[in-house]
Write a protein that binds this ligand. Sequence first.
Ligand SMILES: [Zn+2]
Length: 422
Amino acid sequence: MQNPRIFIKALTIGPRLRYVAEEIFKRRLGLDFVLGDESSIPPTEDFLISYGMESRGWIVPESGILKTGTLDEVKFNFANIDFKKVAEQEDNRFNTDWLGMIFWFLSRQEEYQMKHQQDQHGRFAAHFSPLFKLDKFHFPWVDFWIDRLREQLLDAAILVSKQTLPPEISFDIDHMLAYREKGFLRNAAGLLRDGLSFQFGRVAKRLSVLAGLSTDPYEALSEIEFQIGPGHNPAFFIWIGNYGPYDKGLSWENPFFRRTVKLLSEKYRVGLHPSWAALSEPGRLKAEKQRLENITGIQVLHNRFHYLRFRLPESYRLLISNGIEHDYSMGFSDTPGYRAGTGWPFYWYDLEREEKTRLLVHPFGLMDSCARYKLNWNAEKFLEEYKKMKSAAAAVSGRLHVVMHNEFGTWKGWEQILRQMD
Ligand SMILES: [Zn+2]
């Protein structure tokens, strides 16, 4: 039997409602939906959601946030909202505007409202947000709410299966060469010993040799290949900027750098890691993208900002105008957690232009450098949190994406960590 269509009857139908309904019902739950205004008469076979009005079906109160042009006016009083009950109903009646709450998270409305609050790198930081003080970023609330809706639709005989995405790991390559010390024999012995039992062994060996192992023994990339195993298909984000205070990678003109990037691009998704300087000099992103494309011969479609240095909406607009389709920067540098309330990829909504864009945002929940430098976690603590966050996400049809840097292999105790992150 085919599932009924979702009919959302609302006082105001605009791009925000259309966007959030599409994210929830179409993209996440795989259901068709239509929007109708006050005068519309929903077909009886449709499943009705009445938004901001008394009618049949599910009745959801309207907060006003889905009206266009209300960038600053509507604020939720999060301290008074029971997050566990946002998507709970009693007799088909909800107490909270979950359509609006989900829109608030995905659109990152608060980052526009707090535009002038910036950390030392010009970024939005988690601790600016009231949600940080309420400890709400740690859990993927949007995924939880959508999962609760799914269960309640199931009670109404609408069959929506639970979807899960496997955890994902991706890598920032800020410094192609982490070490220049003379550890060749030690590393080579390790390569041989470990490589024999892993599928990636041969590839890593080839990579190491071609990448110039004999002139620079430490090659974290090959170690990464050893450890990740065949189940993952990681993306690698390559820093390829000009030298500066926060941009200290190996030059893109270096033959070793170029060979390694080329090799990576033959096997993996290789994305741009725009330099720290790129935020204030927009022309740079284009130049860096061009450099990367010249090396790989492949159009760059993926991006993550170095230092997660981006601002909404400017930085995302810049990506779109440069033909980039996927961004992986949506997370915090100062805390683990879900900046947009979700671990699932979602399309970015440009709040100032009031339009859904074609930029797909891939959020992450955990980052090695934040754990080590901000929180002083050791490898055991990191693994423990990884496992907790991974199972918490899986329980609510969420997904945990982890950001690693190729330097992690030089941190004491972290050297073999990828092998334990299955
Ligand atoms: Zn970086």
